[in-house]
Design a protein around this ligand. Structure first.
Ligand SMILES: Nc1ncnc2c1ncn2[C@@H]1O[C@H](COP(=O)(O)OP(=O)(O)OP(=O)(O)O)[C@@H](O)[C@H]1O
Length: 232
């Protein structure tokens, strides 16, 4: 089940440095929002605020009608917000199967059809089921991280640069999976790879120095505009 997700006037500071300024956007149920911006624009900081890893001092975060601004990370996760961080953070000592099962047990979805449904999206993971997570390629680890996140039965899946450092065939596989999930769940995608973001996004937000400098429906923003905003 997907949700409406809204962020209003979010500020964030590291010490005296302001990193986010009045950031706001909305994700319609079942849609994909791409957040774009150069290195250092504040994208990862934004995601940390949304997951409650960083406390919010100014602004509001809403899921449907619930104000989750001050909820713990755990409570947000229980409300259906899942986060696949940059760097993936799987358990490299555990097998692929143990990684998936640990996430499923922690969220009460072990032994449900959800596990089979999710693994059907990632045939490569089934083939690698008994291999340690650390033995997988970067792309396979990314798939594993997404599969783990899906075990929480999310209504909003947040992904921080899922294509970073990944071989092209797995990028395509991940794009297909996210495309298939869209509609059923909402997606928030932070991405540097423009073509990937454009192919999935229904709406786009561009951040620059912590400020939203462009926002709108994906079809209303040209590729040239986006390239100009995020070119180094
Ligand atoms: N823990 C921290 N303490 C102080 N400053 C930080 C911290 N983390 C990030 N910053 C600074 O905040 C700004 C935003 O960083 P952030 O990582 O959110 O950007 P980003 O858009 O995700 O960049 P990248 O694509 O490189 O990950 C940068 O200027 C960065 O140097």
């Amino acid at each position: 089940m997907s949700v409406r997700f809204r962020v209003e006037n979010l500020d964030q500071h590291y010490g005296s440095a302001q990193v986010l300024r009045r950031v706001g956007f909305e994700i319609e149920p079942g849609e994909c929002l791409a957040v774009l911006g150069r290195n250092g624009a504040g994208k990862t900081t934004l995601l940390k605020c949304l997951m409650g890893v960083l406390p919010t001092t100014q602004g509001r975060i809403l899921v449907d009608d619930a104000d989750i601004t001050h909820w713990s990370t755990h409570r947000r996760s229980a409300r259906g917000i899942a986060y696949v961080p940059q760097g993936r953070e799987i358990f490299s000592e555990l097998t692929v199967g143990e990684n998936v099962e640990a996430a499923a047990r922690a969220h009460g979805t072990f032994g449900t059809g959800l596990m089979d449904e999710t693994l059907a999206l990632f045939p490569a993971l089934r083939q690698m089921w008994r291999r340690p997570g650390g033995a997988l390629s970067g792309g396979q680890q990314q798939q594993l991280a997404i599969a783990r996140a899906l075990m929480t039965r999310p209504s909003l899946l947040i992904l921080d640069e899922p294509t970073e450092g990944i071989q092209p065939n797995i990028v395509t596989a991940i794009k297909d999976v996210l495309g298939a999930l869209k509609g059923r769940i909402s997606l928030l995608l932070v991405e540097q790879y423009l073509d990937f973001a454009i192919s999935l996004a229904d709406s786009i937000v561009v951040l620059s120095r912590g400020t939203v400098i462009e926002a709108g429906r994906a079809e209303a923003i040209s590729r040239e505009q986006l390239t100009r905003h995020i070119a180094v």
